[in-house]
Design a protein around this ligand. Structure first.
Ligand code: SF4
Length: 228
C-alpha cells in the first residue's frame, strides 16, 4: 500500500514532539570549528560516527587547521585515520581540500554550496551538513536514515535523495527547519530503524502514515484519533 503524504497538521505535531524530546539536537560527530566539522563529515562517508570520533579525538589536538594537516603530510595523516574505512582515498581528499583552503580561502571554510562542493571529497550531502550545522543555513542533508524516515512516514516521499531533500525543505515549517536534520537522523537511528522500527515506543506513531506500523506495535486507537 503506498504511503499517504502527511498533512500540515501531522507534520506540525511530528516536529513538535521531536523538538520536545530533543530540544537541542546535535550531530554525534565531535567538532569545535567549521574546519573540524568539514573534515569529520568527509571522513564519515560509509563509516560510523564513533569510528570517526575515535580518530579525530587524537588528530585534532595535534592538527585542527588546514595548514597543520598539510604539515602532517599524507602519511602522517593516514596514521591518525587508518582505522576508518576507505582511509587511503579519504586522506588524499583531505590533503587536497586543505591545500585549496589554504590557497584560496586563507584556511577558512567557504560558506556557499558551490564553493564547498568544489572541494575534493565534498558532495552535496557533506556541503548540506556543513551549511546547516556550522553556518545555520536551512539545508537538508539526506542520508540513509532521513531517506527512510521521509518515505516511510509520509513526511517526504521521493524516489531519490534529491527528491526527498526538496520535499523536506518544502514541507517542514520554518520554525523547525534548522534542527530538523538532526531530529530526523536521530529518530531514524534510534527509533525508526531500518529492519525493526520501534513503533510501539515511538513518540510520533499517532501521526505517522506508515501502513505497517501497527504490526510493529503502534497503538491503533490513538493513531486514528490523531490522524482525523
Ligand atoms: S511509528 Fe514506526 S514507522 Fe512511524 S515514525 Fe514511528 S518508528 Fe517510524
Amino acid at each position: 500500500m503506498p504511503v499517504k503524504n502527511m498533512t500540515k497538521k501531522q507534520i506540525q505535531t511530528f516536529f513538535e514532539r521531536l523538538r520536545e524530546q530533543r530540544p537541542h539536537p546535535q550531530t554525534e560527530l565531535n567538532y569545535s570549528s567549521p574546519f573540524e566539522l568539514l573534515i569529520a563529515v568527509l571522513l564519515s562517508a560509509q563509516a560510523t560516527d564513533v569510528s570517526v570520533n575515535k580518530a579525530t579525538d587524537k588528530l585534532y589536538p595535534v592538527a585542527n587547521t588546514a595548514q597543520a594537516i598539510l604539515n602532517l603530510g599524507i602519511d602522517g595523516l593516514k596514521e591518525y585515520i587508518k582505522t576508518i574505512g576507505l582511509y587511503n582515498s579519504k586522506a588524499e581528499n583531505v590533503i587536497k581540500t586543505c591545500q585549496i583552503l589554504v590557497d584560496q580561502y586563507q584556511g577558512q571554510i567557504p560558506e556557499t554550496r558551490e564553493q564547498l562542493e568544489a572541494l575534493p571529497g565534498v558532495g552535496r550531502k557533506t556541503a548540506n551538513v556543513v551549511l546547516n550545522t556550522a553556518f545555520g543555513q536551512p539545508t537538508m542533508a539526506v542520508d540513509t536514515h532521513i531517506f527512510r524516515v521521509g518515505n516511510r512516514t509520509g513526511l517526504a516521499v521521493g524516489k531519490n535523495v534529491l527528491e526527498v531533500e526538496h520535499r523536506l525543505i518544502k514541507v517542514i515549517p520554518k520554525e523547525f527547519i534548522i534542527d530538523s536534520h538532526h531530529w530526523l537522523i536521530l529518530h531514524g537511528r534510534y527509533c525508526c530503524i531500518a529492519r525493526k522500527p520501534k513503533c510501539g515506543e515511538c513518540i510520533v506513531s499517532d501521526v505517522c502514515n506508515w501502513p505497517d506500523r501497527f504490526e510493529f506495535g503502534a497503538v491503533k486507537s490513538i493513531a486514528i484519533k490523531n490522524l482525523s
